[in-house]
Structure formats: structure tokens, C-alpha cells
Design a protein around this ligand. Structure first.
Ligand code: COA
Length: 206
């Protein structure tokens, strides 16, 4: 996977180069720039991708990010020293997630041995993206750590995440899932713009 296009850099050990902050309205343009680069019409399996086409539906997604910045407790940006947004992570708490996706729990084909008890609360990591030039250097993991700490502070210890495996697999996201030690919880089929998408549903104790 690494030998082709993905421009891996030496992982940055100096965390002071970056800050992870809660996303605000002022960050939305920077978030959109990262989302547009990661979510094009053409989906690159190896480099990873966001499902939507952010350029084509820019106004709608700008509004979505603005709403999330004002309402979501788990929406982060990672910035460099100059304040440029290099990546973002957006997650929803159970109640909000199930308002967006009613019936989500029932549409997942749960792994038979996945324990669904004790899921009174959870967070679902919905989107994560990093500037294409900086992928594989640890920025996604830095955001993930902040997200995990905040979730724990809110008394939440269960997390879900979905990764597309079909019609086109997202290998970068699958690699990130291995790094973060996500475990397979189930599979879900979702309809997206007239197509059936197959997602792996991951779970992790935070
Ligand atoms: C998924 C994503 C956010 C991960 O962020 P990141 O900053 O690259 O994550 P990290 O560097 O912390 O970890 C990535 C791990 O995957 C590995 N990896 C394997 N293939 C990779 C690839 N094509 N791209 C990036 N990382 C890859 C990295 O080497 C690293 O593991 P390692 O540190 O053990 O070597 C990033 O790849 C991305 O923005 N992709 C595009 C959007 C996307 O696919 N989002 C997920 C769906 S919402």
C-alpha cells in the first residue's frame, strides 16, 4: 500500500507543532478545504476518502459543519502553528446519532458474539480526515486521543465507527482502524445516492 502514491512523511514526534481544538464556526472553511480534498467524486481506495462529494455539495456541507460546530461536543480540528486546519474529526453521541440515523442499531448485522448489552451511551466517529500530504504521520491518532479523553471525561467508554469496504474499500481507514485497535462488531448496508454501500461496523472500548 505504501509503495505507490501515498506520500508518507516521517512521523512527527513533536506534538507542539500541532494543536487539537474543538471546532468552531471560524474553522469551517478550513474543514471544508480538507473535506473537499478527501471527498472528491473520484474515490481513491489507497489514500482513503470521504463518502460525499464536498465540492459538488459545498453549501450543504458547509451548513452541516457549521451546525456540528455549534452543537457537537465531539468535533475537533488539528491545526499547525499558523492556525491552518490540517484535519478534523467529527463524532456523535448516541442520542444525536440515532436522531440522524434512526434504526441504526437494527440495520447493523451484528457479529453473533458482539455484546450489545451495556450500550446505554456511546459515541460514533462519523468522519475523520487529514490533509493528503500529511496522512500517515500520526495526526489522525492525535485527534483520536483527544476525542477518547473527552469521551471518557463525559463518562462514555464505547465507540463505533464505520468503514466502507464496498463497492470501493477504504484501505487508509482500514489501516487506521487496525492502528487504533478497533474490533469488528458487524456489517451494515446503507443506501447512498442510489447505491448500496457496505460498511464494516467497528467497536472499541475507549
Ligand atoms: C483515515 C485517516 C484520517 C487517518 O489519519 P492519519 O493521520 O493518516 O492517521 P495516522 O497517521 O495516525 O495512522 C494511520 C495508520 O495507517 C497506516 N496507513 C496505511 N496505509 C495508509 C494510507 N494509505 N494512508 C494513510 N495511512 C495509512 C499508517 O502507516 C498508520 O499506521 P502506523 O503509524 O502504524 O504506520 C487519513 O488516512 C485520511 O484522512 N484519509 C482520508 C479520509 C478518510 O478515509 N477518512 C476515513 C473515513 S471517514
Amino acid at each position: 500500500m505504501r509503495r505507490n502514491r501515498t506520500p508518507f512523511k516521517t512521523p512527527s514526534r513533536d506534538q507542539s507543532e500541532y494543536t487539537v481544538e474543538k471546532a468552531t464556526q471560524n474553522d469551517v472553511d478550513g474543514i471544508m478545504a480538507v473535506a473537499i480534498a478527501a471527498g472528491k467524486a473520484h474515490k481513491d481506495s489507497e489514500a482513503g476518502f470521504l463518502m460525499d462529494d464536498y465540492e459538488a455539495d459545498a453549501a450543504e456541507h458547509t451548513e452541516e459543519f457549521k451546525r456540528a460546530a455549534s452543537r457537537s461536543r465531539f468535533f475537533y480540528v488539528i491545526k499547525n502553528r499558523e492556525g491552518k486546519v490540517l484535519g478534523f474529526l467529527l463524532a456523535y453521541r448516541k442520542e444525536r446519532w440515532l436522531r440522524r440515523e434512526p434504526g441504526w442499531m437494527d440495520t447493523v448485522h451484528w457479529r453473533p458474539d458482539f455484546d450489545q448489552s451495556n450500550l446505554e451511551d456511546f459515541v460514533l466517529l462519523e468522519k475523520i480526515a487529514v490533509d493528503a500530504e500529511l496522512r500517515g504521520t500520526g495526526l489522525g491518532s492525535v485527534m483520536f486521543s483527544k476525542f477518547r479523553d473527552d469521551a471518557n471525561e463525559a463518562g462514555i467508554y464505547d465507540m463505533f465507527s464505520e468503514t466502507i469496504i464496498g463497492p470501493r474499500p477504504n484501505f487508509a481507514a482500514l489501516a487506521f482502524a487496525i492502528k487504533q485497535k478497533y474490533a469488528l462488531a458487524g456489517i451494515r448496508y446503507e443506501e447512498h445516492q442510489g447505491r448500496t454501500i457496505t460498511d464494516v461496523v467497528y467497536h472499541r472500548k475507549l
